[in-house]
Structure formats: structure tokens, C-alpha cells
Design a protein around this ligand. Structure first.
Ligand SMILES: Cc1cc2nc3c(=O)[nH]c(=O)nc-3n(C[C@H](O)[C@H](O)[C@H](O)COP(=O)(O)OP(=O)(O)OC[C@H]3O[C@@H](n4cnc5c(N)ncnc54)[C@H](O)[C@@H]3O)c2cc1C
Length: 382
């Protein structure tokens, strides 16, 4: 039976689902073209995997934020500067990644012959040079949120897309409210698409990729140490025999007004996405992180001021090559997807590149707009 638009649907030019980095960038760029944009977010906070966290030692990123210092990163950041209307100061940190083996730190040179299930994801965190950015990713979120003056609906979970003739006619939010828009930017995790679209809408091959693909859930441990542990700025890749690796870094130590000097460190390991429902897998991943850290830094777990545990389902993986046109759903004409899963690059860089690609396809990327005058400022830190 043909479906028709409900008379009660709220109408917009563009609906953006998900207010993480990709969704917020898309909202700003599309709003600047004069579109009437609605941005919906399932949670009561914005930023998704790029939101900020608070610790006793100050604000931190939601999980690691290691951005490789490459030409591609600089080009993507140049573009982002235009979107946020601000310079992004870039400090290059040249500190080769380290691992810990046989009682000493060694330069990380890959996993050799060992079979490591998460190697391609972990290697993305081990560039020889990385960028420290100011404003930092969590601050981009605030800037983008402040800049956006369209309609923002938090605690609004897209639960179903109503499709007619290969066109998303309406999106149902929280199971009841209806939003209609001629364009939909899907800036949430693509693994939720089968539920949103209905299994019959996706070709079996695509559905299989989304349901059975190699996606990883990240288990993160942020620690506030009561005293500085190390001044090493290197990315640490910690791994024992028959263990999946943990990746992490130490932040520079900070001295608080009360005279205490604290140091934050952030650690991440990945578990298969199906293990997420089993508390024991998460608990054992956390134990593994601690074991690996203690092996490298005996005193790292003594007198902790704070521990912050974060589990992000299906945060890592790839759908590159799974869709004929990356970020487009076969036979649906008005949906664009901004997730890094569709990019050749991973993580934040992948999100920036894929979001830009979508906006270009929609005809609106600020690619040639000269909003900033000076070239990027890059300083180096050894
Ligand atoms: C723990 C962790 C560590 C990371 N470390 C690094 C790093 O070191 N370097 C790096 O470059 N990158 C890193 N990343 C990756 C980087 O954070 C992401 O690439 C980027 O933030 C993804 O942005 P996004 O907007 O595509 O998705 P997300 O940030 O996932 O945002 C999606 C948003 O959509 C919302 N949403 C989901 N479903 C719905 C729905 N149905 N209706 C409405 N809203 C919905 C979510 O609540 C969320 O706010 C890390 C990610 C994680 C999770």
C-alpha cells in the first residue's frame, strides 16, 4: 500500500540524524545555504564520540583523540576551519609509538607474525607524528553547536524511516513524532540502519555487511594519577602474548591550585561487537588494560584520583567497499551518510572526509569559500 505523508509531520528542508561531529558540521554547512535544517540527537548531550569529559585534572576528550600529522589531515582541518570560522592551531608531536616488551620500552614496529584481530584499527592510532589541536575536537563541538541556529531536538531518537518510491518521506522520532524533509543526512552509526529502514529495504548483501561486518566496541579507561607517571608523549601500544593490544597516551601533568600535580592517561582496547552484552567481556577487557599498564609502569595504578570507564558500542570498523557509492543507500535517493565507516581513512579524519564528501554531493561543501585568510599555523614539539 502506498504510504502518504502524515498531515501531522513537521516539515523541514533537511533532517540530520545524530549530533556528533559529522552531524554538527553538516548542520552548519547546510544551514549556511539557507536551508531550514532540523538536527535530532538521541542523547541529551551533543558531540557523540567527540564530546567532552570532565576529570579532577580538567576537561578531556571522550576517549583518545590521536590525529595523524599528515597532508590529508591538514587539508581536512583547513576545511574545518572554514566551517567553524576559526583557526585551528596545530602542534606536531613527534614521538614514535612505543611498545613494552621483555621489561623495556621499544619503538613500535607493528605486530609482526602475531595474529592480532584489531591490528588495522589499532595501527590508525600509531602514526609517527600526530597533531595536538587548539581548539581541540571537544571544543569544535561547542563552537558548532553555538553557531547552529536551526532547530535542535535532543532526546530525540530516530526510530523508523518511512520510505515511498525510493524516497524517505518521513522519519519517526521516539516512536511517535513525525519529521518530513526532502533530504536526510544520516550522521549516526550505520549499523542501526537495518532497524531504521526495515530489513526488506536493504539488499541482502548490504544487510549482511551491516549486521555481520567486523565492527568493534571500544572499552576505554581514563585514569587520573595522583602523581606524574611519565613525561613521555609517545602513543603506547601495550600487548602481552596472546592479548589484544591496548593503545593509550599520557597527558602532560597539571598542577592544580591546591598544589597537587596530577596526570591523566587514556587507554583503549577493542572487543568484538557481539561481546558488548556480556559484562564479563567488558570486565576482562578492563582488567587486561590494567594488567598491560602495570607491566609497563609499575606505579601507574597506585593512588588513583579517578577512574572513568567508557564503553562505546560499534565505534570502530569499516564499511569501505561495502556500498557501491560510499555513504549512499542503494535505491534510496534522499539519504546521505557521514560516518567514517565509509571513508578510506579512519576515525576523526574519516568523519571529516566523509562528511565533506556528502556535502559536496549535496552541492554545498564550503570547499572553495575563502573564509579564512592565513595559512595554518603549525608548530612543532619534539
Ligand atoms: C572511544 C573512542 C576513541 C576515539 N579515539 C579517536 C582518536 O584517538 N583519534 C581519532 O581520530 N578518532 C578517534 N575516535 C573516533 C572519532 O571520535 C569519531 O570518528 C567521530 O567522533 C565520529 O563522529 P560521528 O559524528 O560520525 O559519529 P558519533 O560521534 O558516533 O555521533 C553520532 C551521534 O548520533 C546519535 N545517534 C545515534 N543514533 C541515533 C538515532 N537513531 N537518532 C538520533 N541520534 C542518534 C548518537 O547519540 C551520537 O551523538 C574515537 C572514538 C571513540 C568512540
Amino acid at each position: 500500500m502506498a504510504q502518504t505523508k502524515s498531515p501531522k509531520a513537521q516539515e523541514f528542508d533537511t533532517l540530520i540524524i545524530g549530533a556528533g561531529l559529522g552531524g554538527l558540521i553538516a548542520a552548519n554547512v547546510l544551514e549556511a545555504t539557507g536551508r531550514n535544517v532540523v538536527l535530532i540527537e538521541a542523547l541529551d548531550t551533543l558531540g557523540g564520540a567527540s564530546r567532552s569529559g570532565q576529570t579532577a585534572a580538567g576537561g578531556i576528550e571522550h576517549g583518545l583523540k590521536i590525529i595523524p600529522d599528515t597532508e590529508e589531515s591538514h587539508a581536512a582541518l583547513d576545511w574545518l576551519e572554514k566551517v567553524i570560522g576559526q583557526k585551528i592551531h596545530r602542534t606536531s608531536v613527534e614521538a614514535s609509538p612505543l611498545n613494552y616488551d621483555d621489561g623495556k620500552f621499544k619503538p613500535y614496529v607493528g605486530f609482526g607474525d602475531e595474529s592480532v584481530r584489531t591490528s588495522s584499527e589499532i595501527e590508525a592510532y600509531a602514526p609517527p607524528k600526530r597533531l595536538e589541536l587548539s581548539p581541540a575536537p571537544r571544543e569544535w563541538i561547542q563552537i558548532l553547536a553555538d553557531q547552529f541556529s536551526g532547530t535542535l531536538l535532543t532526546l530525540s531518537h530516530a526510530t523508523k524511516m518511512v520510505i515511498e518510491d525510493g524516497f524517505v518521506l518521513e522519519t519517526i522520532v521516539n516512536g511517535a513524532k513525525r519529521i518530513s524533509a526532502r533530504e536526510v543526512v544520516f550522521a549516526a552509526s550505520p549499523q542501526t540502519l537495518p532497524a531504521l529502514l526495515g530489513a526488506e529495504t536493504l539488499a541482502p548483501r548490504v544487510r549482511q555487511k551491516l549486521i555481520k561486518g567486523d565492527f568493534w566496541t571500544s572499552v576505554n579507561l581514563d585514569l587520573v594519577h595522583s602523581q606524574p607517571i611519565t613525561d613521555s608523549r609517545a602513543v603506547h601500544i601495550l600487548k602481552g602474548a596472546n592479548e589484544e593490544p591496548t593503545v593509550g597516551t599520557f597527558h602532560p601533568a597539571v598542577t592544580l591550585e591546591d598544589g597537587r600535580t596530577l596526570q591523566v592517561s587514556q587507554w583503549l582496547t577493542l572487543i568484538p561487537r557481539e561481546d558488548i552484552d556480556e559484562e564479563e567481556f567488558v570486565a576482562s577487557a578492563l582488567k587486561q588494560i590494567k594488567r598491560q599498564l602495570k607491566r609497563a609502569y609499575e606505579s601507574a595504578l597506585g593512588n588513583l584520583v579517578q577512574e572513568r570507564i567508557l564503553v562505546v558500542p560499534c565505534s570502530h570498523g569499516s564499511l569501505a567497499g561495502a556500498f557501491e557509492v560510499p555513504g549512499r543507500i542503494p535505491k534510496i535517493s534522499n539519504v546521505w551518510m557521514t560516518s567514517a565507516f565509509f571513508s578510506d581513512q579512519k576515525n576523526t579524519l574519516g568523519t571529516l572526509l566523509q562528511t565533506r564528501r556528502c556535502l559536496e554531493e549535496m552541492g554545498d561543501a564550503l570547499v572553495d569559500t575563502d573564509l579564512t585568510s592565513a595559512s595554518p599555523t603549525v608548530s612543532a614539539e619534539a
